[in-house]
Design a protein around this ligand. Structure first.
Ligand code: BTN
Length: 249
């Protein structure tokens, strides 16, 4: 039986504030573009297929129709908090939702990838405009190996290719929204320090040799400001705000 992200299928899994109002289209350009300017916090848009799904650095995010969880959530963060941290907050929620579905431990690859068995199963894209964040989350759910992108920089996987099982995307969306709401409320209360306990143990890059925008070193890990700390020399440490990571496997 094919699963569905229709409002009827999703409604019974929406437990909190996030998920209402809910917009669903079978096909759209990108769920990032499905909101009115006055969309309230917690508004969610989802679809079965994106014709120009957006990834970081202007990349495309591709998934065959009906196979992935593709959604965006509107957030109105307080102006005194650092909104770019919401990418990590989204990654925590996505990792937790993946763990809840699969029973496996997921990791977070700074700053926005969700990893399972050393492969990328999800990504988060935070876009800030006029104080409002549109947080886009994509999770590879039911793709077969052949349906995954071939030219990814990080080896891709879906929950199906890792576990051999298929998953109900509506239930996964409900779980994701519930966990995002909780992590977001904690972040609102005390910033990244409040949710750091969920990041540290899942830090995929910690201890790996990495190159970030041409700068190489050993990753010490994600710090409490959401930066990637790198050991670049005998005693020199740098903390990077953002960047493209290449890592040794
Ligand atoms: C990345 O890893 O580069 C981030 C990918 C984010 C993809 C999701 S899919 C739902 C939402 N709509 C988009 O166009 N992008 C995000």
């Amino acid at each position: 039986m094919a699963d569905s992200l229709s409002p009827e299928a999703v409604d019974r899994y929406v437990e909190g504030r996030f998920g209402r109002p809910y917009t669903y289209l079978e096909s759209c350009v990108s769920t990032q573009f499905l909101f009115d300017d006055d969309a309230p916090e917690g508004a969610v848009a989802a679809c079965d297929e994106q014709t120009a799904g957006r990834g970081r650095y202007g990349r495309v995010w591709e998934a065959p129709a009906g196979t992935a969880l593709l959604c965006s959530i509107i957030l109105h963060p307080p102006p005194d908090l650092h909104a770019p941290e919401l990418t990590l907050v989204g990654a925590i929620a996505a990792a937790e939702a993946v763990e809840g579905a699969t029973g496996l431990t997921a990791q977070i690859k700074w700053p926005n990838d969700v990893m399972l068995n050393r492969r990328k199963v999800g990504g988060v894209l935070g876009e800030l405009r006029d104080g409002v964040v549109t947080l886009g989350i994509g999770i590879n759910v039911n793709q077969t190996r052949e349906q995954l992108p071939a030219d990814s920089r990080t080896p891709p996987a879906s929950l199906r290719t890792i576990t051999g099982s298929t998953f109900d995307r509506a239930a996964l969306l409900g779980s994701l929204l519930f966990r995002l709401e909780r992590a977001y409320d904690e972040w609102r209360h005390g910033g990244l320090a409040e949710v750091f306990v969920e990041i540290g143990p899942r830090d995929f890059l910690r201890g790996r040799t990495v190159t970030v925008d041409g700068r190489s070193g050993v990753a010490v890990g994600i710090d409490r400001e959401g930066r990637l700390e790198l050991e670049v020399g005998q005693r020199e440490r740098v903390a990077l705000e953002s960047g493209e990571v290449a890592y040794e496997r």
